[in-house]
Design a protein. Sequence first.
Length: 290
Amino acid sequence: MLAALVVAASPAFGATYFLTVAGLGGEPDYEQRFTMLATDVDKILHSGGQTDRVVETLKGADATKVKMEAALNRIAGQAKPTDAFVLLMIGHGTFDGTEYKFNLPGPDISGNELAALLNKIQAGRQLVVDMTSASGGAVTALKKENRTIITATRSGTEKNATVFGRYWVEAMRDPAADVDKSDSLSALEAFTYAEKKTADFYKEQKRLATEHPQVDDQQRAAAFPFLKTGAATAAVTDPAKRALIAKKDDIENKIDALKYQKSLMAPDEYKKQLTALLLELARTQASIDQ
């Protein structure tokens, strides 16, 4: 009820600017998976032909610091106070105890550098979803009154590769994430869905959780209409697509499980199994995209 009152009391907003950046993978499997996630996000955001979305996606060799800075500066030159802005960061991050950095091909971008760029954007409401390892270390630098911050980890010391990003993207296309059935997915609904899925992943894999997602302000996240659903979730209502998406998730889980077993395997055998899984993942993604 409180969230509904907040939304009702909020002024009308115009366009929503989206920037998705898939950073440096460092290994072929991460490169492929980060690129796939960014591609999925881009397709979802372009679904339905909605004209109130301004979408830009950086991935692979294009996801450099220079191009990320240029994209943010473009948005700063276009977005008005009545607009909203969403930054989605996929990949790896680092934290040295003082400074967080988002890993990109070439020079990384620090939390302080990113904050300076975001502060130029006049959009009245902003959402930063940092799905990287050590992302909790970015909160202090990025925090601002009109900015909601969601991170895959609760601190900069949680440095293992994260799975939260997979489930955030899943929330964007799964009708179940829209709990109140409003045909609009709030940032809090997406977070709650992805947080639960992340916790379930570690339980099912019988592993100690190495990431604990957090949101800095639940009330503000509940009042942020992150995504209008409908066309974005239509594919999931198709039984064939649901089966393919479930298969993709299973392959992702197998890849993560294999990585944990890497130290116990002969290098050639590890590479063989990983290559087979990555090929199967690519084929499944291609079937989903058809």
